[in-house]
Design a protein around this ligand. Structure first.
Ligand code: AHM
Ligand code: MG
Length: 335
């Protein structure tokens, strides 16, 4: 009997022929992400030891203060993807615009674009709480040989060929999908090797955890307020448990393993929601659907939304399918 692949490297090679157009380019791309994640992990782990904590004194395009580790993670991922000549373009939550990799870099003959949030959950960096990296991969629309265009990045989530996240938690994990289920790999820091620790991850269809920043309660739409009250009601298997880390990656990861729902709705302060469609919601939605869960903006699947701008925000409901469906029914009823 053939041995099952046990490391991420083996797994990528083993599954390479699932892709219709595969010439190994996507595999090389995934290998680069895996390498950059190790470099960032190393830096996150020693964040308390070196002078890397705190604000870098810059603000990003959305007016938010960037943390030094955000800047560092962005640089590592950008550099890895650019220098290795494996993509034709990259867009990052931390960059004002997408970067098309030009001919001199040899990038324009490549098929894929990457969109990413290099360090998500930045408010948790200073306090030793889990943060993450989120990535999303599309095939370009523009012809191979030309420069990547905005249209390559503004594709609906349904077109993703791969997506994943890294959670820098009590242990560091890389979880990803290429449209054939979701697999999770845990980093052995002593060896620098990712081992397949969570094969074929699935959201339980129903859970008992709801994750939402309840401090914003007064600013939530009525459907969300009513759904929260439903979660807290003493009836059947309720009340549910409230768990909110404030790092999407970590909240999602826990809910996928235990069963639960994460919600970041519109609020008075963020009338379109806070999370970004392209860097956060699309990749997490692809993972959710691949794991048997569901992702919605409260009314429609996230993956069906046609993006109109790079830094677009959307309300986000993601998790166990039955819980998301229930939350949607409240949105519909009280809209
Ligand atoms: P970030 O990309 O600036 O870190 O923002 C995204 C994060 C999510 O990880 C998290 O779920 C959410 O913002 C927390 O926001 P809030 O502090 O408003 O609850
Ligand atoms: Mg972020």
């Amino acid at each position: 009997m053939k041995n099952k692949p046990s490391t991420l490297g083996e797994f990528i090679i083993e599954n390479q022929n699932q892709f219709r157009y595969s010439e190994g380019e996507l595999s090389r791309l995934l290998n680069s992400i895996k390498l950059a994640a190790k470099v960032v992990n190393h830096e996150v782990n020693k964040a308390g030891l070196v002078d890397i904590l705190g604000s870098a004194g810059e603000t990003n395009v959305q007016g938010e203060t960037q943390q030094k580790l955000d800047v560092y993670a962005n640089e590592v991922f950008m550099r890895t993807l650019k220098d290795r000549h494996i993509v034709c373009g990259v867009a990052s939550e931390e960059e004002d615009d997408f970067v098309a990799i030009n001919k001199d870099d040899g990038g324009n003959d490549h098929k894929y674009v990457v969109l990413m949030d290099p360090l998500d959950g930045s408010s948790n960096i200073d306090v030793n709480v889990s943060v993450g990296t989120i990535f999303s991969i599309f095939r370009r629309i523009s012809p191979v040989g030309s420069l990547a265009t905005k249209e390559d990045f503004l594709q609906k989530g349904r077109n993703q060929v791969a997506a994943g996240y890294v959670v820098y938690g009590t242990s560091t994990m890389l979880v990803y999908t290429t449209g054939y289920g979701v697999n999770g790999f845990t980093l052995n820091p002593a060896l620098g090797t990712w081992y397949l620790s969570h094969p074929d991850m699935k959201f339980p269809s129903m859970g008992k955890i709801y994750s939402i920043n309840e401090g914003n309660y007064v600013h939530f739409p009525k459907g969300v307020k009513k759904y929260i009250k439903y979660c807290q009601e003493e009836k059947d298997d309720r009340p549910y448990t409230s768990r909110y880390i404030g790092s999407l990656v970590s909240d999602f990861h826990r809910n996928m393993i235990k069963g639960g729902i994460y919600i970041y709705p519109i609020t008075t302060a963020s009338p379109n929601g806070k999370l970004r469609l392209l860097y956060e919601c699309n990749p997490m939605a692809f993972l959710a659907e691949q794991a048997g869960g569901k992702a919605s903006d409260g009314y429609q699947p996230i993956l069906d939304i046609e993006p109109s701008e790079l830094h677009q925000r959307v309300p986000f409901f993601v998790g166990s399918a039955e819980m998301v469906t229930k939350a949607e029914s409240f949105m519909k009823k009280y809209s």
